[in-house]
Write a protein that binds this ligand. Sequence first.
Ligand SMILES: *Cc1c(COP(=O)(O)O)cnc(C)c1O
Length: 354
Amino acid sequence: MKKHNFSAGPCILPQEVMLKAAAAVQELDGIGLSLIEISHRSKEFVAIIEKARSLALELLGLENKGYQALFLQGGASTQFLNVAYNLLENKAGYINTGTWSLKAIKEARLFGEVIEVASSQEQNFNHIPKNIVVPSDLDYLHLTSNNTIYGTQFKSFPDVAVPLVCDMSSDIFSRQLDFSKFDLIYAGAQKNMGPAGTVLVVVKEDILGKVSRKIPSMCNYQVHIEKDSMFNTPAVFPVYVSMLTMQWLKDLGGIAAIEELNEKKANLIYSEIDLNPVFSGIAKKEDRSNMNATFNITDDTLVETFDKMCLEAGISGIKGHRSVGGYRASMYNALPLESVGVLVDIMSEVERKA
Ligand SMILES: *Cc1c(COP(=O)(O)O)cnc(C)c1O
């Protein structure tokens, strides 16, 4: 039985993407060779990565605006240091909204002065800081748009006079934003785009080349841009699957269409959490994430019943992260509304049993 996959990452991908990806591993588009046994410099693969790069810019509405899209390796975690390597000369500002922000801060401190412009750490990251005042002497401001572990999400972004850098790993392509507000966006593929193994970096070219240090080639965004994202062998399979997922999204109507579905899914689960006394939300209401809903059971004696019913219904991946506890339902782009419906039905059934 196909399960209802609420995994936080790596996560659910569209079924039709899975089928195409599986077929391409056997044979790519009738060429008599597998996707994963051809040269990355073959015309077939060059066309794939170029399509992936242009689809990323197209979906974000960033074509012909001075941005470049790269598919690199080392995950979002390598971008924690690459961002600072390439942009931090004197001082950078970070908004600390969770584990991933903290990891980004830790790496940046290797390269220069880092200040926490705002933080929600004292309340175990259950909200997004408000009324953020951003100093104007920063090399850049870094924030994490969606906090995968805690289930919070920036609904609006501070207006800043300095370059804005955003880790969008867990909500890229999930909602409409004015992406031109950002100078650098990065996202590990495995939350909303593809399998683990590649990371999307979208960078405005004119913010690069301003630091005085020497940057090793593999960490240097300008080198990757000059080499068309092929400085070294790209992660061919993850790039291909990401391209298929972006094409799927475009055919669906782009980010506007998926945002509508994502809002339906989020409204469905959050209205159940709010109305059902057996469950309580963990994140502050106004900051809750449309991608990762975190919640607790208020009555410990019902945990076993709920877990058993979820198991029997084929619900997978809703255990909360160890640093938060409780439950976390991740509802990335490819998760159907029906899966959320199945979970919500179980929640109301548990209430009837209480
Ligand atoms: C998962 C995640 C990461 C880490 O991504 P890796 O590709 O494993 O390095 C970073 N930031 C956010 C917001 C995430 O959700």
